[in-house]
Design a protein around this ligand. Structure first.
Ligand SMILES: [Zn+2]
Length: 275
């Protein structure tokens, strides 16, 4: 039996043609399709070689990447995109809204908050809208706009079809509360109702019948636990209970944030009234 405490995340097969290839901090996923390799997100700058080596260690050639999808426009999800697209000729995809972060129209990449240099600006090739669906051989990727963490977060419903054995994989494109606090939103000229929109997104996602939950940060979707299961010989990580549980957890997290802000405000108001 392998213990989760002793082990670091390493690339592993999540389901048939879907692999985790990120690190402990940020997820990157690889989907192997008849039309080429698909990446979901490209990690931090320092993950550049790790991701390429992980693809090679699984037996694939990074030159065969045909598509790079992005969950949202924060630097930890797109730092290596330009280089990977250059080496492979891959098409790049992000929401139309968050593309304005990549091309520098809006300074919201979170680079300064992470103490990183902003990247050279670029535009993605395909600007995603809610409902867009893409087919790569027997794999389809459907985009659901779920704003909150950024205005242009895209969640992905990915259907893998192995000779009729379908697996619906879902990734929420951004759940971090760091960019949903009233303080952050106000400082950056973003609307406070992004938190309500986030909750609406959770409701929409709850309509999906999902077999396998993945996430863009490993700790948010118990990726290490999944890897340990695989190392211990489990070959099927599908669990329909994970998705509704994950969505409910997120609703509770954002409700807690809103409540604590209300309480803070009430205290401040009472303080002012008492002066
Ligand atoms: Zn983010």
């Amino acid at each position: 039996m392998t213990n989760t405490q002793e082990i670091k995340l390493q690339p592993f097969q999540m389901h048939k043609n879907l692999y985790f290839i990120g690190n402990e901090d940020v997820s990157v996923h690889l989907i192997v399709t008849e039309e080429g390799l698909i990446l979901i997100d490209t990690g931090f700058p320092e993950m550049h070689d790790l991701i390429l080596n992980n693809i090679k260690s699984l037996g694939y050639d990074p030159k065969n990447i045909c598509a790079i999808f992005h969950s949202h426009g924060h630097l930890d999800h797109f730092a290596n995109t330009q280089d990977y697209a250059k080496l492979s000729g891959a098409k790049t995809y992000i929401s139309r809204i968050d593309n304005d972060i990549l091309n520098g129209k809006r300074d919201l990449s979170w680079a300064k908050e992470m103490g990183l240099k902003p990247l050279p600006f670029f535009d993605c090739d395909v600007l995603l809208e809610d409902g867009d669906t893409f087919t790569f051989g027997s794999t389809t990727i459907r985009c659901i706009h779920t704003p909150g963490h950024t205005e242009g977060v895209m969640s992905f419903i990915i259907t893998l079809d192995d000779n009729g054995d379908k697996c619906v994989v879902a990734m929420h494109g951004g759940i971090g509360l760091n960019s949903m606090t009233a303080e952050y939103l106000t400082q950056n000229g973003l609307p406070l109702d992004l938190r309500e929109k986030f909750k609406e997104g959770l409701k929409r996602l709850a309509l999906e019948d999902v077999d396998l939950l993945i996430g863009n940060h490993p700790e948010q979707t118990r990726t290490l636990k999944k890897m340990v299961k695989v190392l211990n010989g489990e070959t099927d990580l599908r669990n329909k209970a994970d998705w509704p549980e994950f969505l409910a957890w997120n609703k509770a997290r954002v409700d807690k944030l809103l409540k604590s802000e209300e309480e803070e405000k009430a205290k401040t108001d009472a303080g002012i009234a008492g002066v």
